[in-house]
Design a protein around this ligand. Structure first.
Ligand code: ADP
Ligand code: MG
Length: 729
């Protein structure tokens, strides 16, 4: 057996669970211990600074320098009690990862002594040497400065010995260079739009926040085994490998008892997360072998996004401590389920009401229906943009693969709510008669909570499903930063709510309708207009693809196609009008994402070529030589009759030659296509070429390699196999 595979297997067999150091105190006592949360703020800050900080968080008020100094000094004092020696502006550049550059508090004073220093200036703004972060041409080299600026709405935290301060990352001219900036702008837009609409129902509402509860799926693979595979190391997925005889067909992994080594990882992850204020709640095995899921309790969207970014980073670090490799890739193993990240999304008022949860009275239910129907309408208007928000090279392998939603965006609401919308569709045009209104309120709107109680139908195949008190966006990729999806969802719903307000006010002011009547009238029209986006059937079926086409819904099958939806006039308008991004920012992002797509496919192509030429073909030849020796031996023994004893061997010898030929010629063609693609100037055309000309070779090459894996002596095969990767616990 090849030495690498042999040692990796041996190593993995001998592993024991790594001991987890429990910290004294229950989970609830530990919660938030490493966060500069409200309690620590109160304890370490002056009353004045605390009040100013609250005002900044709740009402977006500016913090002046004097207050910033006070906050910084309190933060430093608190952080030092946690053992912090350094601080960092923590941000989420467009690389998809998080970024940090640590500076020590320590500063020499000049007389041979030193002091710990951290003032308002250092808290509020930093200028990281960040010229290598993706910027899509926003920062010219002569003005290559990027700034990180403190986001007071997400609390600072200490990891190990570093105080981490969540920040946005913008260019010198104020353009967003990160994932957080547009999200914060979208959250502001939804706050204003949703609060305005809430005034129809409850004058006490003065703020609406967006809530997000993500569910993170992932794989854990023994680290020695992972390291033995160049493809896993460099691309996060296996580019070849024959499916194991046993995969997930017995479904014995889902919710099964968690393997000990993985459990130790989860325990340590939970202890760290809890202290960082991430309210992790649920852990279980997922469908595929060695696949798991982690979910926290939902939080305000900006905080939830930060927590998801933070936890992805933590997971990877803690996994290595447990000799495990974390795979966040959307489809690490062809043939078994991939990983997603459901984004459960809703809106909540500062009066404590979930706007997507039916209430107890007809009035509160009309409020629920308003947000509910407007969300459906928003998805109907901007389905392409929603599709674009989850597009990535790696998510392309999962979408539409009969395990995750298709690339077609639709909304599932369940039978009962469909019936309610059908009733509302029949509402009279203009003012409603008192009888109609009473009937509606008592029998349709008033019945909703009861309906939802028994509403257990859940459609797992829908990309955007209503699940009782929230919508669940299920097409988000496991490795994605949720910010992008959440920016789009909140922006399109904000736009829709603004238009709703205009439409209702228009009927009241110009057509003399009463408020409720106007609302019923507008909702009726929205229900009609957005009907085609609603789909209750099997989203994985072929029929749906045909039906969706008939309905005129778009089916953007790959990333380059999907990303184009971000630069249509409709898409640009909604982003610009709501102040989420300007034209420069939109185009920069478009270019960065196309470029990223190209790089991902390019790297996969190169890695595949290398593995094939350096591992697969030499091994096949090696084995073929053994067979040839065997045939020569048989010939010596049996003379001219040898063929009847060697016919199988001869077949295999021929088959190997045929496969080698196929592999080599396809690799050559792939390299040619790559060269051609690299010469294309425009990032989007280059992405198309990589998608349609280069990528198709992956499957053909893999097919023949996997056949060879089945043929070649297991002793010789150099690449760790599916069964070893997936069933080593
Ligand atoms: P599953 O999809 O696995 O069946 P659930 O539907 O129970 O699981 O999903 C629960 C998720 O929804 C949790 O992560 C939870 O935090 C989140 N969630 C519940 N209520 C809300 C809400 N109002 N806003 C956002 N997320 C929510
Ligand atoms: Mg879910």
């Amino acid at each position: 057996m090849s030495t690498i595979r042999f040692f990796a297997l041996q190593e993995s067999q001998n592993r024991k669970p790594v001991e987890v150091k429990e910290i004294s105190g229950s989970r609830s006592e530990l919660f938030g211990a490493n966060v500069f949360n409200d309690t620590s703020c109160k304890k370490f800050m002056t009353k004045e600074a605390y009040a100013a900080l609250k005002d900044a968080v709740n009402h977006g008020k500016k913090i002046d320098r004097k207050i910033a100094d006070q906050v910084a000094s309190a933060m430093k004092a608190w952080a030092m009690t946690k053992g912090a020696t350094h601080y960092t502006h923590w941000f989420q550049p467009l690389t998809g990862a998080t970024a940090e550059k640590h500076d020590a508090f320590f500063e020499p004073v000049g007389d041979g002594t030193a002091m710990d220093k951290f003032d308002g200036g250092q808290l509020v703004q930093q200028e990281p040497d960040a010229s290598s972060f993706p910027n899509g041409g926003i920062r010219n080299t002569f003005e290559a400065r990027g700034y990180t600026a403190w986001d007071p709405t997400s609390p600072a935290f200490v990891i190990a010995t570093t105080l981490c301060i969540p920040t946005v990352f913008v260019s010198y001219t104020g353009e967003a260079l990160d994932n957080k900036t547009p999200l914060l702008r979208a959250l502001q837009a939804i706050d204003h739009a949703a609060t305005d609409v809430a005034q129809y129902f409850d004058k006490n509402v003065s703020k609406v926040i967006s809530t997000l509860g993500w569910e993170q799926e992932y794989f854990l693979i023994d680290s020695a085994l992972a390291a033995s595979r160049p493809d896993i190391l460099l691309t996060g997925r296996v580019l070849l490998g024959h499916h194991a005889a046993k995969g997930q067909q017995l479904e014995d992994h889902y919710f099964g008892s968690i393997p000990e080594r993985s459990l130790a990882f989860m325990r340590e992850l939970e202890i760290e997360s809890i202290q960082l204020g991430i309210p992790v709640k649920t852990r279980h095995n997922e469908v595929a072998p060695n696949q798991f899921e982690l979910a926290p309790i939902y939080e305000e969207a900006n905080l939830a996004v930060d927590h998801n970014s933070l936890i992805m980073d933590l997971m990877s670090k803690i996994a290595s401590r447990h000799n495990l490799k974390l795979l966040l890739h959307e489809k690490p193993f062809d043939g078994i389920n991939g990983s997603g990240k459901h984004n459960n999304w809703s809106l909540a008022t500062d009066t404590g009401v979930n706007l997507l949860s039916p209430g107890k009275t007809p009035k509160s239910n009309l409020m629920f229906l308003t947000y509910f129907i407007n969300t459906i309408k928003a998805v109907h208007r901007y389905d392409d943009l929603l599709r674009a928000s989850i597009a990535s090279a790696s998510n392309d392998f999962r979408l539409g693969a009969n395990e995750a939603p298709p690339a077609i965006v639709s909304v599932f609401i369940g039978q009962q709510l469909t019936a309610v919308l059908d009733e509302l569709e029949r509402v009279t045009n203009g003012n409603l008669s008192p009888e109609e209104k009473t009937d509606l309120k008592l029998n349709v709107v008033g019945k909703i909570p009861e309906i939802l109680l028994d509403n257990t139908d859940r459609n797992r195949t829908s990309p955007f499903a209503f699940t009782g008190n929230k919508f669940e966006f299920r097409a988000v990729g496991s490795s994605a930063n949720c910010a992008k999806a959440m920016t789009i969802v909140n922006t399109i719903v904000a736009q829709q709510l603004k238009d709703f307000k205009k439409d209702v006010d228009n009927l009241i002011e110009n057509k003399g309708l009463k408020k409720d009547d106007a609302i019923f009238n507008v909702l009726r029209e929205y229900i009609k207009e957005s009907k085609r986006i609603r789909f209750e059937g099997d989203g994985y079926s072929e029929e749906w693809v045909k039906e969706a086409k008939k309905r005129g819904l778009s089916n953007l099958k790959n990333t380059p196609e999907a990303l184009r939806a971000q630069i249509t006039p409709l898409a640009k308008e909604v982003m610009i009008q709501n102040g989420i991004m300007n034209d420069t920012e939109i185009m920069a992002r478009y270019e960065i994402e196309m470029e990223e797509y190209v790089k991902k496919v390019q790297i996969e192509g190169r890695v595949l070529g290398d593995i094939v030429m350096n591992h697969v073909i030499p091994t096949a030849i090696n084995y073929q030589n053994r067979l040839i020796q065997n045939v020569q031996g048989l010939k010596e023994i049996f003379g001219k009759d040898f063929e009847q004893y060697a016919s199988e061997q001869l077949d295999i010898i021929k088959d190997i030659s045929k496969r080698i030929h196929e592999i080599k010629s396809n690799v050559d063609q792939m390299i040619d296509e790559r060269k051609k693609a690299n010469k294309i100037d425009h990032a989007d055309k280059r992405a198309d070429a990589y998608c349609n000309k280069v990528k198709p070779f992956f499957e053909v090459i893999r097919y023949h390699c996997d056949k060879l894996e089945l043929t070649v002596d297991d002793e010789l095969w150099p690449l760790t196999k599916y069964r070893e990767l997936l069933f080593t616990r």
